[in-house]
Design a protein around this ligand. Sequence first.
Ligand code: NCD
Ligand code: ZN
Length: 350
Amino acid sequence: MPDLALTTLTIRRPDDWHLHLRDGAMLQAVLPETTRHFGRAIIMPNLVPPVVTGAQAADYRARIMAAMPAGADFKPLMTLYLTETTDPDDVREAHRSGVATAVKLYPAGATTNSASGVRDFEKVRAVLETMAEIGMPLCVHGEVTDRDIDIFDREAVFIDRVLKPLRKKVPDLKVVMEHVTTKDAVDYVRDSHKNLAATITTHHLIINRNHILAGGIKPHFYCLPVAKRETHRVALVQAAISGDKRFFLGTDSAPHTDPAKLQPCGCAGIFTAPNTMSCLAEVFDVAGKLKKLEAFTSLNGPGFYGLEPNADTITLTKGDPVSYPAQITTADGPVTVFDPGFDLHWHVDA
Ligand code: NCD
Ligand code: ZN
């Protein structure tokens, strides 16, 4: 039940621990949608070609800084895309110099632009051991890619086949299981003692697979990992509203133009940057847990990464439904904004 007495909420400025900003015209168009509310974000490296080396991450960060809207106070936290030929010394230096905050593991072929990802985990062992030594987190796209594994089972199978053995081999490695979509993943993270956390997206707290498939196919609800059945969505909401330090926001806001999404083989990715905070406030309010919103969006993430929460705050105010544009325009074409399917009553005063 919503707490009807609560109509304004001031929280530390939120961070986004998993964000796709892209490059070029798309970067220019989507960056303000994040900097309006967020203080920092972990920037995904799945450009074409991917951001693999420290030098490439420094260049990409410079392009992000050049695209920054006037007056924005936003810090991009860069990641390196792990390949089987990643050099441990380059990773060490990128971390030491502050160029890279984390390394991203995509199993080869798991998702958009992941062809250069890892097939043989033994080949990246030296990198993982270096990261464990220097305390640099590994962000994991937790899905196996085998053709014979059902797409709805790929996350649960990944935990058993990849994550458990990997964490046993390199127990001191800090791992973020990203965009978890299953009760299996929530339980696995909750049962772990240390060095494991999970991000949860905005959309996976709101949609289940019926939203994608029932009554006509909805390409704008298609992302990877794909949304699962309702029991899993409920488990994600329970984890998010629990305040448990191991769960925090990673929107996985992943803009694609409408022509790229609306075609026979459409791209995976949901663009949630503009309305994420209003969506989350609604979810937490309906659950009667608004007071846990700050932990999820602003405290637990920095805690796991060993950073301070942002010093400043944002204020959310409840009132008449707030409207967000259905699309934003970019020089590459329109990008549709996530439609939660219900009214949003929480305005964000950044
Ligand atoms: C992401 C993208 O478009 O880059 N897509 C998605 O469905 N989430 C890639 C990813 O994070 O899997
Ligand atoms: Zn992503």
